[in-house]
Each structure stands twice: as C-alpha cells, then as structure tokens.
Design a protein around this ligand. Structure first.
Ligand SMILES: [Zn+2]
Length: 209
C-alpha cells in the first residue's frame, strides 16, 4: 500500500476505536468517567495563614537548622503565629498545591501526619508533609486542590510541643516518618538536601501565575 492509503487506514482505525469507546461508556453501569483535573499543579501557596504565608512566620526551627531536640538537621520549617503561644492551635492547614494524598495517619514521633504528592510535570514530582496536626481531614488516595483545608495545627504526640506546624517539602519519595538520621547518627547537610527542599524558597519560586 502507498503511504497515503496507510494514513487513511490508520485514521479509520482511530475513528473505529473512538466510536467503540464512547458506545462502551454509554452501555456501562452509569458511572460517569471522572477526569483528574487536580493532578497537575498550577503553583504553590503557603500551608498556613494567607496564600503568601502572611500572618505566620517560622519562629521555631527553620530548614537545616541544627535541632538539639532531634540531634540532627531539621528537614523542614516550624510555622507559628508570632506571639500567639498555643493560640494557633486548631488553625487551618492548607494543601500547598494540587496533589494526591499518599499518607494520612499517626506516627509516634510526629503525631498526625499528612503527606501529599504533587506532579509538577508528567514526570516530575515533589512532596509536601504536614506534621503535629490536631485533626486530619483527608485520606490516602484523595485528590486535593491547592489551598484546600486538610486539617488543623496541633501539638504532636501527648502535647509534646507548643502548637506549631512542622512543614517539609521533599524532592524524593520517602516514607511519612522519614527523618535525616540513621541509627541515631545525623545525616550530613548535603545528604539532607539530596532529599529535602527549602520549603519557603521553593514556594516563593513557584507561586501561582
Ligand atoms: Zn519541626
């Protein structure tokens, strides 16, 4: 067959397969096909306060601060309403971007934790993690939108901490309870940055257009 006929042949095949699909859908159980419009990100907001983080500040450990509490580099940021003490307990925490909840549960070190996977392209992902939560409002497998309330600020296991949000951003897949330490020994700073991102720097570089 000439090239022209091959093209026509392929177009007819495509047309047939499209018709087949739509008639199958119509004959189905009546379950509508649901697109996943929330899968790709359209920018990043801050997890507490206004979308630009105003009204809150990192008054606890910052990214890569040396934490004497955990004897390691602190892989995220501790967010508070400055001067509020425990007055920020129960305030809403928001998903920083569209994504899929990959963990929502309890962890003896961090308390209530939510881990969300965000597609920044069809192949590239980052993860945001929210810890010491009082309440969790989303479950594993759920798609969430940027700025969707996902839970509230808490105090960690047995009210171990003054109320604050421990917030991490990661560029590699890690379990929810991951901490940059192996057998009690802290990871080197450069190894921490192989896995974790500077949250504020990343969000500021990726604000919605
Ligand atoms: Zn922290």
């Amino acid at each position: 067959m000439s090239r022209k006929y091959w093209i026509i042949f392929i177009l007819v095949l495509i047309a047939l397969s499209l018709t087949g699909c739509s008639s199958l859908t119509n004959q189905g159980e009546g379950v509508p096909w649901k697109p996943k419009p929330l899968w790709l990100t359209d920018g990043f907001d801050f997890p507490v306060g206004n979308p630009d983080g105003k009204g809150w500040a990192i008054t606890g450990y910052g990214f890569l601060s040396w934490s004497t509490y955990s004897n390691s580099y602190h892989p995220g940021e501790d967010w508070n309403i400055p001067g509020a003490g425990n007055g920020d307990h129960g305030k809403q925490v928001y998903s920083v971007a569209n994504g899929e909840v990959v963990f929502s549960g309890w962890n003896s070190a961090l308390g209530n934790v939510i881990l969300i996977k965000h597609a920044i392209s069809s192949e590239d992902f980052v993860w945001s993690q929210y810890a010491h939560l009082d309440e969790r409002w989303v479950s594993k497998g759920e798609l969430v939108a940027r700025r969707q309330p996902i839970g509230t600020v808490g105090r960690g296991p047995n009210n171990r901490f003054a109320a604050h949000l421990h917030f991490e951003m990661r560029k590699e897949e890690l379990p929810a309870n991951a901490w940059p330490r192996t057998n009690g020994a802290a990871w080197a700073r450069s190894k921490v940055t192989d896995y974790w991102l500077d949250p504020t720097a990343f969000i500021n570089q990726n604000r919605p257009q």
